[in-house]
Design a protein around this ligand. Structure first.
Ligand SMILES: Nc1ncnc2c1ncn2[C@@H]1O[C@H](COP(=O)(O)OP(=O)(O)OP(=O)(O)O)[C@@H](O)[C@H]1O
Ligand SMILES: [Mg+2]
Length: 916
């Protein structure tokens, strides 16, 4: 393995696809075949050009090719350059507004103001770039953990038998033979050599959500004149897509940068849905821009109308508008989320993208599948019943035959937990199902058909073929026209009866009884017929004879009950969306303390339009018999009602829903493609891991909320004060440079909120930030803040009696600067916890930040930099009066907070609909 990575590093270092000094010369000539070229070649031509064959490459050959062609990674995964990062930081809406203000300020000749804005832009960009670079490094490390493997067929030496083994995706080379099965990520660009019932989801490449059929053996000549588009070529599969159903063997034609995905400059991340995080960022940005424009207009209008001043007010108004911008927002968000992500990583929960932590914190609905989430996915066969409900071992024999043939002929063999349980149970049967040895073909299980079919020879009538079908009860019954009549397994009666309406009703009653007992059920049916040369397809699954039912026990996951209770206590509603029978799912729900209510059958949803589905989904807890498309549609419907929806699932049938949700969560044991599309990967028991991660995510959410609330309250307060002061002061209440320096101090202190650990339970539970709630909050506490400022002006006016005009100005500017910084520290200290008991002491960075703010407020005016900013020493009589004002301010803050709490304000009630 060391050799391989050295080789690939060497290839990467050179940045060249090939190197003349390394390895076997023949291997040097093997390069990727562009998929467009591969489309026009026959299978044989492709294999020849790749110097490969149906027995796969030698390990040695693969090693040399890896050196020559480089790793199978996308170029887009490389982190962006610093210049691109700078470009991105400058394109940020807040930064753009600052730059715009700097230009106006410079045009007005306000050099000091321009300089301070420039410093703010530089600091904000630098911090943001550093934060993003760190996040990218984290993400790259996480990608390595999260990326999957591929099943490759290789030989150790010439002449040895080919063996299949898992290799990391990065180590695939052109010419490698790979095997695909449902749920696998297509690991490179491939030419199919063999396929059975293969359909591939190419949504990341084409945006088309329906899986497309793919098929080996369609050589160019045999396809006639109509040439399909490259991505529609049936014999090619492309990196970035995934297998929805079926199995295949294929040869790798292009890897890494040679693939269609890389050349088309597409990225898997592109086209992702906007999550709660995106919605919040957008609505908060809109709010801030509105605030800023309003403050600019109001300051100018008030100054002109009341004070008779005109253009000279522009620099001041700009400084006020800049003061309103929480420039540190990107930095605070990055820091808070990075800390949360690191904390979860220590607990072995991998958050693939930082912003997903916000979505986890904001999540208020969690949709889960059943098996492996509510239950332990440790299945055992509990009953085998004939259609009359009597115990009959022959049912198990047929079911196990199906599983065994699926295992033997599957390419590669797929065994899910139902098959495993069947084979374990059949192990005790005497004799073991012998028919399995004569397996001819399989039509593999897929979650839409909900059937798996095996074709065997020699049972039923001599020389004939038998289709053995097992699957969801309704799905099998729909294809049955007869049922067997057994004698309770005592004899060998093979009589059959037509399956009339009465019989169907009786069977459904039996199924409901078994399912209500918590059993997972499979129906088993057969069809005997003469031997034939043609391959069997899904169209042959009809006119079956029902053999009976197999019931499985799947015990509840021990930790699921507590996890459900913890999630509920944290305000997260758990909904179950399963492909299983409704009664089985009802029992699984009640076992872990979920009240399922009346289950909704997913096929019934097809009749509903999106609005009606959204209403139904809001009040339904359990959806059964859901296909992958249903799961995704239900998730989208829930999101349309303004809920932040997470989806937890592990199968290929869960991928559409994982992508549709605000947050896709996967256990690490999930199929590769599900893991690739998930935002969060869990280790350990799934639901319990989610409920344990929630407090960390909620803390991050609360941290960001606290920053925005305190900053905006203080800033709105300042604007109100400036407007009021404009009415009666003959001079500016604070000079533009002073406003900007004060703002810089606020920002630095508020950065400490990134290190806070706010309470997040009970009444302190944070919801996703909504712009309207935030605006109301900022106005309420901004008014309180402004009241303290105006009281300060009154005191300063009293102290200014008899002073010259310039000294009065210095007194006002310094007095307000000092009071403003101290009230800001008080605001952070009090508003960081929404109130009620118990209160958490502030951690040291918050205390240090606040302490520094008070110190600067008191001491800066006395220093030379303070004097150069136009400030000076304050009369001693000011300080006791200031203390009294601060005392009043603290009381007013507490009172305002209590009133908001009593009215059930934004702090306690989670907003149902966030602004979009
Ligand atoms: N290997 C199999 N062979 C035949 N039928 C199967 C097989 N696996 C599952 N089924 C049938 O398909 C139905 C749906 O199973 P599937 O695993 O697709 O649903 P799911 O949504 O993942 O369920 P869960 O919520 O329990 O995880 C099952 O109830 C069963 O009837
Ligand atoms: Mg499942």
């Amino acid at each position: 393995m060391a050799g391989l990575s050295e080789a690939s590093e060497a290839a990467r270092d050179r940045g060249q696809p090939r190197h003349p000094d390394h390895g076997d010369h023949a291997e040097q000539d093997v390069v990727c075949i562009p998929p467009a070229v591969a489309a026009d070649l026959t299978e044989l031509q492709v294999l020849r050009r790749l110097r490969s064959g149906p027995r796969g490459l030698l390990e040695d050959q693969a090693h040399h090719r890896l050196m020559a062609c480089g790793e199978n990674v996308l170029a887009t995964v490389e982190p962006p350059s610093w210049s691109r990062r700078l470009g991105r930081a400058l394109r940020d809406p807040f930064t753009l507004v600052l730059c715009f203000l700097a230009v106006i300020s410079a045009a007005n000749g306000a050099r000091q103001g321009t300089a301070v804005i420039a410093v703010l832009v530089a600091v904000s960009c630098a911090l943001r770039m550093a934060g993003e670079s760190r996040a990218d490094q984290d993400a790259a490390a996480l990608r390595d953990i999260a990326c999957g493997t591929a099943t490759v067929v290789r030989r150790t030496v010439d002449g040895s038998a080919p063996t299949a083994r898992e290799v990391p995706l990065g180590e695939l080379v052109p010419g490698d033979l790979v095997r695909l099965t449902a749920g696998d990520l297509v690991p490179a660009d491939l030419r199919l050599l063999r396929s059975v019932g293969l359909t591939v989801d190419q949504a990341p490449l084409t945006g088309e959500s329906a899986p497309v059929p793919k098929q080996a053996g369609s050589d160019p000549q045999s396809r006639g004149d109509r040439r399909p588009a490259l991505l529609d070529q049936p014999q090619l599969c492309f990196l970035g897509s995934r297998v929805a159903a079926g199995t295949a063997t294929a040869v790798v034609v292009a890897t890494g940068r040679g693939t269609h995905l890389a050349t088309a400059h597409r990225h898997l991340e592109r086209g992702r849905r906007a999550t709660a995080f995106d919605r919040t960022t957008r609505s908060v940005a809109r709010l801030l821009i509105r605030f800023m424009l309003a403050s600019l207009t109001l300051v100018l209008a008030a100054g002109t109308l009341l004070g008779g001043r005109g253009w000279e007010l522009v620099p001041f108004a700009i400084a006020v508008a800049v003061g309103l911008t929480p420039e540190m927002l990107p930095v605070v968000v990055t820091t808070v989320l990075a800390r949360g992500v690191a904390e979860l990583r220590r607990r072995r929960v991998v958050v693939k993208r930082q912003r997903s932590l916000y979505d986890l914190g904001a999540m208020d609905v969690l949709c889960v599948d059943k098996t492996g989430t509510l239950t332990g996915d440790r299945l055992t066969v509990h009953s085998t019943l004939d259609p009359q409900g009597r115990s009959d071992p022959r049912v198990l024999r047929w079911a196990a035959t199906n599983s065994l043939v699926c295992l033997q002929l599957g390419d590669p063999p797929v065994l899910d937990s139902l098959d495993q349980a069947l084979l374990e149970a059949a192990d005790q049967l005497e004799p073991f199902p012998a028919t399995a040895t004569a397996g001819l073909q399989v039509i593999p299980f897929d979650p839409v058909r909900r059937l798996a079919t095996a074709v065997v020879r020699g049972s039923g009538r001599p020389g004939g073929h038998t289709l053995v079908v097992k699957g969801g009860v309704e799905d099998v019954l729909d294809r049955c026209t007869r049922l067997t009549v057994s004698d309770g397994g005592n004899g060998d009666s093979n009589d059959t009866l037509p399956l009339d309406a009465d019989q169907r009703t009786r069977i459904h009653r039996l199924v409901r009884r078994q399912a209500a007992d918590g059993q997972r059920l499979l129906a088993v049916a057969v069809a005997h017929g003469p031997a034939r040369g043609l391959r069997y397809t899904e169209r042959d699954e009809h006119d079956l004879t029902l053999v009976g039912l197999v019931g499985f026990r799947d015990e509840p996951e021990p930790s699921a009950g507590d996890a459900v209770a913890a999630l509920r206590a944290n305000g997260v509603t758990v909904k179950v969306i399963t492909g299983d029978h409704p009664e089985t799912a009802v029992r699984a729900c009640t076992d872990v303390g979920i009240r399922p209510g009346r289950p909704v059958l997913a096929p019934d949803l097809d009749r509903l339009d999106d609005a009606a589905l959204a209403r139904l989904a809001a009040t339904t807890t359990l959806f059964a018999r859901a296909t992958p498309a249903h799961k995704a549609r239900i998730v989208r419907a829930l999101r349309s009602t303004g809920r932040t929806v997470g989806f937890l699932g592990d199968g290929a049938n869960d991928i559409a829903a994982l992508r549709a949700a605000d947050l896709g969560i996967c256990p690490h044991t999930a199929v590769d493609a599900a893991r690739e599309h998930a935002d969060i990967l869990l280790t350990g028991s799934d639901l319990a891991a989610v409920s344990r991660s929630l407090p960390t995510a909620r803390r991050s959410l609360a941290g960001i909320g606290n920053y925005l609330r305190t900053t905006l309250s203080a800033n709105v307060g300042n604007v109100i004060t400036m407007l009021a002061a404009g009415a009666f002061l003959p001079f500016l209440p604070m000079l533009p440079a002073q406003v900007l320096v004060q703002n810089l101090c606020f920002d630095a202190a508020q950065l400490s909120l990134a290190f806070d650990r706010p309470l997040t339970t009970g009444a302190h539970r944070p919801g996703p930030l909504d712009a309207r709630g935030l605006a109301r909050y900022a106005l309420c506490f901004g008014l309180v803040n402004a009241a303290a400022d105006l009281a300060t002006f009154a005191v300063l006016g009293h102290l200014a009696h008899g002073l010259s005009a310039p000294r009065t100005q210095v007194l006002f500017h310094t007095g307000w600067f000092t009071e403003n910084l101290i009230t800001q520290a008080v605001t952070i200290h009090i508003l960081r916890s929404p109130g009620g008991r118990p209160r958490l002491p502030a951690p040291w960075p918050v205390r240090a930040g606040n302490g520094a703010l008070v110190a600067v407020g008191l001491l800066l005016p006395l220093t030379p930099p303070g004097r150069s900013l136009g400030m000076g020493a304050l009369p001693l009589a000011y300080y006791p009066l200031l203390t009294a004002i601060l005392g009043g301010y603290v009381l007013a803050l507490f009172a305002a907070r209590a009133i908001r709490r009593r009215r059930g304000g934004a702090v306690r009630r989670r907003p149902q609909i966030t602004q979009r």
